[in-house]
Design a binder for this molecule. Structure first.
Ligand code: SF4
Length: 304
């Protein structure tokens, strides 16, 4: 039996599903029951009847799945798959900011550890950040927005609002340079440029559209453009090509590869199911506090 068959057999035996983030390697995406962004996958995790969720992504994503599905066993195939951006703010640092700005509401990117989510009022993703700022936070005078300074910059430019912010960033998205986009535009003059809001303002300035990963997948299907230059982690290109085979996708740069996302392999998925490891555990009080912020985001996104 090859490794894929062994994983499928174990999945059935353990009543498990495999969720894979858009940035995972092609072979991991191919074996997944669902592919998507971090929040979409966590919502999927909460809806499934499966009792075991193998989350192929980075740690904060598996944690978010556990926050929403406490009764399920959530496994992450490689416990070292962290997100450097998520670790650019700690609960202690956020507590300090809250003391400095006692009247401020706290908006946290979903790319944060559970301890940080527990300290914030509401979460957001790159897809709904503008909606949240214009929606539930529209009357707030002061907002702390953490940890991604580039997402904050983009949301500020789109909404005209100012934020108290952190200097966090995604080490993978900052590898996409304005000169990469300019060079690709010269090579493919008919291509549209789509980039992620975690990119720098210089890159965003050169884009036709600024979109989350799910937004990019939807846009690629509906757009008339036959060629697209894609400014995000390179793993998304595989899904884009699969879903829109009639179009051509060019990564803005091959350098935009997240080493943490690539830690998950088929072997590690197999071992996770064989040994039921590495289980994500969150202390209940902390989980309930973090859940409030995640639930507020989900509700606000639905209402709008
Ligand atoms: S691509 Fe960036 S934000 Fe996403 S997991 Fe990697 S480091 Fe974190």
């Amino acid at each position: 039996m090859d490794i894929v068959d062994r994983i499928k057999k174990l999945k059935d035996e353990k009543k498990a599903i495999i969720l894979a983030h858009n940035y995972q390697c092609p072979e991991v995406q191919d074996i997944a029951d669902f592919i998507g962004d971090s929040l979409g996958l966590s919502i999927q995790a909460s809806k499934t009847d499966a009792s075991v969720i193998v989350f192929c992504g980075v740690y904060f994503m598996a944690e978010t799945a556990k926050i929403l599905s406490p009764q399920k066993t959530v496994l992450i195939p490689d416990k070292n798959a962290g997100c450097p951006m998520a670790d650019m703010i700690t609960a202690k640092e956020l507590q300090g900011l809250k003391k400095d700005y006692p009247k401020a509401k706290v908006l946290c990117y979903v790319n944060t550890p559970a301890e940080v989510k527990a300290e914030c009022d509401i979460c957001c993703t790159s897809a709904n950040a503008i909606k949240i700022v214009n929606g539930p936070l529209r009357d707030e005078k002061e907002i702390i927005f953490a940890p991604d300074k580039y997402l904050t910059h983009y949301v500020s430019a789109q909404t005209g609002r100012t934020f108290v912010y952190r200097h966090g960033y995604c080490p993978t998205h900052v590898r996409i340079l304005a000169k990469d986009i300019s060079e690709k535009k010269k090579l493919y003059p008919n291509a549209e440029v789509i980039v992620h809001p975690e990119c720098t303002p210089e890159v965003i300035k050169l884009a036709d559209k600024v979109l989350s990963t799910e937004g990019m997948c939807k846009y690629a299907k509906s757009s008339n453009a036959k060629e697209l230059i894609v400014g995000t982690e390179t793993g998304l290109i595989y899904r884009l090509r699969k879903e829109s085979p009639d179009k051509l996708f060019y990564p803005a740069t091959e350098e935009a590869t997240c080493p943490n996302m690539k830690l998950v392999t088929l072997e590690k998925i197999l071992w996770a199911l064989e040994d039921m490891k590495h289980e994500v555990v969150i202390e209940d009080n902390l989980r309930q506090k973090a859940r409030l912020a995640v639930d507020r985001m989900i509700q606000s996104s639905r209402v709008d």
